[in-house]
Design a binder for this molecule. Structure first.
Ligand SMILES: [Zn+2]
Length: 416
């Protein structure tokens, strides 16, 4: 068949192409190294006495037009004239790792494919076994933090995720943020115990202990103490989204209780008019459609206390939105607490206790107002990874996956 032909550069340094042939497993390109030296594995000197060729190896390379490509090479061997008994050394080429059955270009491509994807998806799409992909992950991505690659951090976040829905099987994610707002994954810890978190924080290199200024956490005594005992320069900040979750849950409980009551007391047709009230109640007023506003107003007519609950919940959210100083925030929170007492809104009682216990750390948020998006963004990412990688309970694998999504994007795509 007479097909039009094109030429593509091979992009492998220091090789010449000897031949290429179509086989049933794909295109096999045989190359020869054009470099005439090696580094003696004993003395480390550069040697150039050619000794012969090793057995041919075949490495998987980047596909061309959706066809598998293999690079075949017979590595050169050189003999050392300086060492005793003249040992021989196989020449190393920069484009492949002797321990890998793939070229480096191919492995980097697979790693980029793995960003925001799963092992099984990539395995299926690229006709590559899970074992092969795990090998690639292990060759390129550390299973725990490599501190030499992490610049000085300003902030760390300690956060937990449940591995299985409804289970008490939590892992703790420790992440870091630099002054330039770059995110780093630092650890995936097996449990939420203070001692576990503290043991990890103790492994931080001294320069990091010095540079970290803030530790962003959920309201967890253990994390708080672990941070305060190991990072003397850091201020503990309670993430505002965790605070919000708490008081929003309080409001929602009140809504639930009132609606349950109404269901028993209202005629069916009247209760039916409250359809959709749950969703409407959860949203701020200006994000509601006109119909939702009408539903919410009928709910407030039937259960006036919910109007107060709703308004006070929104007042609190508004408070966190404002550009207050820590002192102003303290004052505003006191006013809010007074108002809650005045109105007798019992539903917020558990939140009031929390607020009193954590007040200082909660209002630390107002000093920099920067923590929420960082932890929350990472959390959402991890939730997605969990959904995609259902069944990853191996912590170092989980570390590799989160690393790929958090840092891999930056590292792997920057080279490109
Ligand atoms: Zn030598």
């Amino acid at each position: 068949m007479n097909q039009p032909q094109i030429q593509i550069p091979l992009d492998l340094p220091n090789v010449s192409v000897e031949k290429y042939e179509q086989t049933d497993k794909g295109l096999v390109i045989t190359v020869v190294s054009t470099r005439d030296t090696a580094v003696c594995r004993h003395c480390g000197r550069t040697i150039d006495k050619f000794h012969g060729y090793d057995k041919a190896i075949t490495l998987r390379h980047l596909p061309i037009f959706d066809r598998p490509v293999w690079i075949r090479i017979r590595p050169k061997r050189f003999q050392c004239p300086y060492c005793d008994k003249g040992p021989t050394t196989t020449q190393r080429c920069e484009w492949y790792d002797p321990k890998s059955p793939h070229t480096k270009a191919y492995e980097n491509w697979i790693l980029r494919e793995l960003v925001n994807s799963t092992l099984s998806d990539v395995s299926l799409k690229r006709h590559l076994s899970i074992g092969c992909i795990e090998g690639i992950l292990d060759r390129h991505i550390q299973r725990q933090v490599d501190w030499s690659t992490v610049p000085d951090l300003e902030l760390i976040g300690i956060d937990e995720i449940a591995l299985k829905k409804g289970h008490k099987d939590f892992v703790v994610i420790v992440s870091g943020l630099t002054a330039q707002r770059e995110k780093y994954l630092l650890a995936v810890l097996p449990d939420r115990k203070k001692e576990t978190v503290k043991a990890f924080l103790k492994t931080l290199p001294p320069r990091q202990c010095q540079s970290i200024r803030r530790v962003c956490i959920d309201m967890n005594e253990g994390y708080c103490n672990a941070a305060q005992e190991t990072l003397p320069n850091a201020q503990v900040v309670v993430d505002r989204f965790h605070v919000a979750k708490h008081y929003r849950d309080c409001a929602d409980k009140a809504r639930k209780a009132e609606m349950k009551q109404l269901k028993q007391t209202l005629p069916e047709s009247e209760y039916a008019q409250l359809k959709g009230a749950m969703w409407a109640f959860r949203k701020p007023w200006n994000r509601l459609t006109e119909e939702q506003q009408i539903v919410l107003l009928s709910l407030f007519r039937q259960a006036p206390v919910l109007k107060e609950v709703y308004v006070q919940r929104e007042v609190l959210t508004g408070l966190f939105e404002q550009n207050l100083t820590k002192a102003q925030a303290e004052q505003a929170l006191t006013q809010w607490l007074d108002r809650i007492t005045e109105l007798g809104l019992d539903c917020f009682t558990s939140f009031v206790t929390t607020l009193n216990n954590w007040r200082d750390h909660i209002t630390n948020y107002f000093i920099r107002r920067e923590t929420s998006g960082f932890v929350e963004g990472l959390n959402n990412k991890i939730k997605v990874i969990k959904r995609r990688c259902y069944g990853i309970y191996n912590l170092s694998r989980l570390f590799q996956h989160i690393w790929l999504d958090v840092q891999g994007r930056r590292t792997l795509f920057a080279e490109h």
